[in-house]
Write a new protein. Structure first.
Length: 490
């Protein structure tokens, strides 16, 4: 009988549904995180361009993006709050024993969330009501608040990966907590900057992808070109930086969490001259099925030398390392993330070369097709990165200090499975509503632009600004009705 089966049989019945529930809610929430962390920054860049160049189109885009930002933030509050409750409800052992050590990160994130909500409200309210410069300056703290929220979450997660800042008493409980050491753990810096840049490039590709689709459908006016160029340029600049940071964090894992690194690279025995496997499946006996084997590469990537020793999974007992199945999941997730990152680097280089040579946007549909898919691909890469991080740490919820099975709730497994089903239905409704709202906003804005363009030069969509009186636009299908403003409201 396999080692994985024995370990599964020994696990509490609540463990699997609790992990599935946490994984589903986290995977759902993380779709919104790039927009929450980086979209305010991209919006303010567009806002600055509009003010600096007196570009009404840029200001119009910034205003519309701020409305999307607010809707996304409202949904993020719901999904983020669910995650916060799950930490206490699903993992009482973790929070009960270790909450005093790493809980400060969640406190920072909560304050940042509250601050961001206030700042978004002020920013939305300021359109047409504040002076342009004052309005822009009041929006500048928004990216900082978003980064502060990411700081809190990554501080907690990096502590779980490399816990420090405490001593253990005779009963194994943490005492003498050093808050600064608990926040700034060895993995905090690599994880934080890798995460932040990932959010910037993912948000940039997500936003620009909308306008890339518009380009493919023949919408190539200044509005769509600018809506594509600004976020895509930000993402293109961030992509090679992220590639370097990704290499850096992989080396940090190699040094600080060697068993996790072994899982991500499906290394069974500690050795030098270790090959790299692209995909492939680790078997219970340590062999690898399938995949592409590249001799020596894993050792070389880890230490710039084929003689670099790479720690294998068998360096620790079976109950202190990921199972073969978990290692394979972490490995595939890691390879998918790297593969997508490499493709995005090539796309960014294509964009940069065209701009440097011709000082214009690419004109080929072969470019805009991948550009339209880059946002979805970036989200998949982010999801894969979290899977590699969390699955590769198994069986530890606090690395080498507490196992996941020790932290799980005592609630009946049947109740947890029912809760998972209910949460999935609620999330389908929430995300479906979010999509419907975005589509209705898009339709309203497109109708407003068409009606304004048909009304003549004074009310062309590229001539109006979000400051001062609104231009009157007929509502509905143009056949009459109440007079409404640019955003479709009376």
């Amino acid at each position: 009988m396999s080692t994985s089966f024995h370990l599964l049989a020994d696990a509490p019945a609540q463990l699997l549904p609790a992990r599935e529930l946490m994984a589903f809610t986290l995977a759902s929430h993380i779709i919104l995180v790039p927009l929450g962390v980086a979209f305010p920054f991209i919006t303010l860049v567009m806002h600055y361009r509009g003010l600096r160049r007196k570009d009404a189109t840029a200001l119009l885009l910034a205003r519309r993006w701020s409305a999307v930002m607010a809707v996304q933030f409202a949904l993020g509050i719901v999904t983020g709050t669910v995650l916060s409750f799950e930490f206490g409800l699903l993992w009482p052992g973790l929070m009960g024993r270790w909450g005093d050590v790493f809980g400060i990160g969640f406190g920072v994130e909560a304050w940042a969330f509250f601050l961001e909500a206030v700042l978004i409200a002020i920013y939305l309210y300021g359109w047409r009501r504040l002076k342009p410069r004052t309005h822009f300056l009041l929006g500048l703290p928004l990216p900082a608040a978003a980064l502060l929220g990411a700081f809190g979450i990554l501080a907690a997660n990096s502590w779980m990966n490399t816990p420090q800042g405490f001593s253990l008493d005779s009963e194994g409980n943490p005492v003498d907590v050093n808050v600064w050491k608990a926040i700034f753990t060895p993995m905090f810096g690599p994880q934080y900057w890798h995460f932040v840049v990932a959010m910037i490039l993912t948000a940039g590709f997500m936003v620009s992808g909308v306008y890339a689709v518009g380009w493919l459908r023949g919408r190539r006016d200044h509005y769509h070109r600018l809506g594509f160029a600004v976020p895509f340029t930000i993402a293109a600049v961030a992509t090679p930086v992220q590639f370097v940071l990704g290499d850096s964090i992989a080396r940090s894992v190699f040094h600080k969490q060697p068993v996790k690194f072994a899982a991500m690279e499906i290394v069974w025995e500690t050795d030098t001259r270790v090959p790299e496997y692209l995909f492939g499946r680790l078997q219970e006996d340590g062999t690898v099925k399938g995949g592409i084997k590249i001799p020596l590469l894993d050792s070389f990537l880890a230490g710039f030398s084929p003689d670099t020793k790479v720690v294998g999974l068998t360096s620790v007992p079976a109950d202190q390392r990921p199972t073969a199945t978990q290692a394979t999941i972490a490995h595939w997730a890691f390879d998918i993330m790297v593969l997508i990152g490499s493709a995005l680097v090539l796309l960014a280089l294509w964009y940069g070369l065209v701009w440097l040579r011709h000082r214009r946007l690419p004109g080929s549909k072969w470019f805009y097709g991948p550009a339209a898919c880059a946002g979805v691909a970036s989200v998949v890469a982010v999801e894969s990165g979290w899977i590699a991080t969390e699955v590769g740490r198994q069986p530890w919820i606090v690395y080498q200090n507490m196992r996941v099975a020790e932290a799980v709730t005592s609630t009946r497994s049947t109740t947890l499975w029912i809760t998972l089903g209910v949460v999935m239905l609620v999330y389908v409704f929430l995300f479906g509503s979010f999509l419907v709202i975005l589509l209705k906003m898009r339709t309203r804005w497109r109708l407003a632009d068409q009606e304004r363009a048909a009304g003549g030069p004074p009310h062309a969509p590229e001539a109006d600004t979000p400051y001062g009186p609104r231009a009157p636009v007929p509502a509905g299908d143009g056949s009459g009705g109440a007079v409404r403003g640019e955003d479709g409201r009376p």
